[in-house]
Design a protein around this ligand. Structure first.
Ligand SMILES: NC(=O)c1ccc[n+]([C@@H]2O[C@H](COP(=O)([O-])OP(=O)(O)OC[C@H]3O[C@@H](n4cnc5c(N)ncnc54)[C@H](O)[C@@H]3O)[C@@H](O)[C@H]2O)c1
Ligand SMILES: O=C(O)[C@H](O)COP(=O)(O)O
Length: 604
């Protein structure tokens, strides 16, 4: 008889979120599953505050939220209703790092640099960074992802404000409003000096035809301008719908009388307006920038202003904010400037504050955000139908890794989804992330969630591949079954090795609950709750009773039992679900049953 005397009691870092959705009162599968997907809390982290906030969807301690820049009162009130809110403005980088170690969330605007050091300092505690606005170029997204910290933004509430500011700058520049205002206030009366240019009939090139760009285009059309746009990713029909022609970058800059910038700052757009591109513009072009300063090479713009290629510029944003007092660009007589005011209307700030407060609180409760920047955005209806499969995926990963023999390095994992749906109708990113979480968390002290799953897997040299098999089942169900295979490893339960030589386990969702349905080549059916004992034995009468008695004697409650066999009186696998963890005596006694050839105890 072979007994597995070295039961592997893998050390589990089964982190319990401080902020758990109120699932006990009204169990919501979706909330639980999603909470699991985003679970990032270090159980050893010190909690703060003492008020119980169960009534608003959190269990246990209130979260602490640091707001590092001015945020609308309405949003602060939403945050205060559930958390401890500290508003601390103009913090040095050092002060921010010190404070962040005691915070669960950070809310910033464009003025706070959320660097790698900040994520390092917030490690284990900081779960979400909320950007109260659109641009996330001030947040180190790579570092956020590595630390499993979700970044959310508020992408819609300041669109109109930014578009209005763009149009205001366009008109102010064309009619020299700022310069004439300063001159008149200085006691001068310079009517001929400030003759402007008309906008009607002129060509405006909108660079970046997203939310703000398209609203600027709409308004410019109202001013009688001929509007063209350049955006490599914008759909032409959306542009056509408002009478705008999408053109190439070269065509846009060569034909425009006015250019308005509305693209994000990325590695591709960084200094995209430079000596070369200015040289290709129509002489006397006028440029508005309410996007990001970094898309313009500011020294090149000064040169283009000096040599007359650019007649005027109106800028709300700068590479360094605030720009230095003696900046040649800011001081240039043909340049109109504002201190990053695009989003600064009362209406926009209230809207942004509420939008970000809700997104941050949702993320703290474990919900996926529709405005997640560094995690897949999964539509609510998709989330809701995938919720039970999310639980199944994590449990299968967790089981599969415990079947690996100590010392075998895991390099390759394959997840096979059997589904009646085609690939376009099945978004598996969440499921893959949960399998990864299930595999990595039991063997490391890394907290894995939807944000960092792919990164952590890559970092550990773990290749996770996926395969979809179309089966003839109900397309109503997103997934018929999930199989997790671990290749090129030895198993501490040899029966878990399937024909292909890899560890293989399958599961299904039955009546909303995760079930283990196959181990290696053996069919079983056991609900994945509590813990699991797998035994391989010679198929014969009395085995269920014998093992059941051993467990009963040690007061271990059996929740499920299932036997799968190759054929009568040959090899069989017994899968036993147990509520409690059996003690060593119980496990030794099971191992001592003569017909039992191998067994393993697995924690779910
Ligand atoms: N000044 C302010 O206060 C203020 C306020 C709001 C937004 N913004 C900034 O304005 C910009 C646009 O904001 P949005 O809400 O419209 O964002 P958005 O994501 O809706 O639109 C950006 C558009 O730029 C396009 N784009 C990406 N790369 C491009 C490229 N190389 N060339 C041309 N287009 C490209 C994208 O396809 C997208 O359509 C962002 O940089 C944002 O930070 C500034
Ligand atoms: O990207 C944005 O949303 C704007 O630049 C606004 O930035 P602010 O929140 O710092 O005003």
């Amino acid at each position: 008889m072979l007994t597995n005397s070295k039961l592997s009691h893998v050390s589990f870092t089964n982190a319990i979120p401080i902020y758990r959705k109120l699932s006990h009162a009204n169990p919501s599968k979706r909330s639980l599953a999603v909470n699991n997907a985003l679970k990032t809390v270090d159980p050893t982290a010190t909690s703060v505050g003492s008020s119980n906030s169960e009534d608003v969807g959190f269990l246990g301690e209130k979260p602490t939220i640091l707001v590092s820049e001015k945020l609308g009162e309405a949003g602060l009130n939403v945050l205060r209703s559930v958390g401890h809110v500290e508003c601390a403005y103009e913090l040095s980088q050092e002060e921010l790092c010190t404070k962040i170690s005691c915070c669960d969330a950070l809310i910033v605007r464009s003025g706070t640099k959320v660097t790698r050091e900040v994520f390092e300092a917030g490690k284990g505690r900081l779960k979400v960074v909320g950007r109260a606005g659109v641009g996330i170029d001030n947040v180190d997204l790579q570092a956020a992802t590595e630390f499993g910290c979700l970044v959310v933004n508020a992408p819609t509430a300041n669109t109109i404000a930014a578009a209005e500011h763009g149009i205001a700058l366009l008109a102010a520049m064309a009619r020299n409003i700022a310069q004439a205002d300063a001159s008149t206030k200085a006691g001068k009366w310079q009517r001929s000096k400030y003759v402007g240019v008309s906008m009607v009939g002129k060509t405006l090139a909108v660079m970046g035809f997203g939310k703000v760009g398209s609203e600027v285009a709409r308004r410019a059309k109202g001013l009688g301008m001929h509007v063209i746009a350049h955006d490599p990713y914008a759909p032409a029909d959306r542009a056509r719908a408002i009478g705008v022609e999408l053109v190439s970058f070269a065509q846009a800059i060569a034909t425009a009388d006015f250019i308005s910038l509305h693209m994000p700052l990325t590695s591709t757009t960084n200094k995209i307006f430079n000596d070369d591109t200015f040289a290709k513009m129509k002489k006397g072009v006028r440029i508005v920038n309410v996007a990001r300063g970094g898309v313009i090479d500011e020294d090149a713009l000064v040169r283009a202003l000096d040599n007359g290629i650019v007649a005027q510029a109106a800028l709300d944003v700068f590479t360094e904010e605030p720009p230095s007092k003696d900046s040649k660009l800011v001081q240039h007589e043909n340049v109109t400037v504002t201190p990053h005011l695009g989003a600064s209307t009362k209406e926009a700030q209230e809207g942004v504050a509420i939008e970000i407060a809700e997104a941050v609180l949702g993320a703290l409760k474990g919900e996926l955000s529709a405005t997640a920047v560094n995690a897949p955005m999964v539509a609510p209806e998709v989330l809701s139908e995938l919720a039970p499969y999310v639980v199944l995926a994590e449990k299968l990963g967790r089981l599969a890794v415990q079947l690996v023999c100590g010392g075998s390095g895991i390099k390759s994992v394959k997840v096979v989804y059997r589904s009646a749906r085609g690939p376009d109708d099945l978004d598996t990113r969440l499921l893959r992330a949960m399998v990864t979480k299930g595999i990595i968390e039991p063997i490391s002290n890394t907290i894995v969630n939807l944000v960092n799953a792919d990164f952590i897997a890559k970092q550990r040299g773990l290749r996770i591949s996926e395969e979809r098999v179309v089966v003839d089942s109900s397309p109503e169900l997103p997934v018929d079954s999930i199989q997790v295979q671990i290749s090129s490893v030895d198993s501490k339960f040899a029966s878990a090795i399937a024909e292909g030589g890899h560890i293989s386990i399958d599961g299904k969702v039955k009546f909303g609950e995760p079930h283990l349905t196959c181990v290696g080549s053996f069919d079983v059916d056991v609900s994945l709750q509590g813990n699991l004992i797998l035994c391989r034995q010679v198929d014969q009468p009395g085995m269920i009773g014998r093992v059941g008695n051993i467990l009963g004697e040690q007061n271990v409650n059996v929740s499920f039992m299932s036997v799968g066999r190759t054929s009568r009186r040959k090899k069989a696998i017994m899968a036993i679900g147990v509520d409690e963890e059996p003690n060593k005596q119980a496990l030794d006694n099971i191992g001592a049953v003569p017909a039992i050839e191998e067994f393993v105890f697995l924690k779910l």
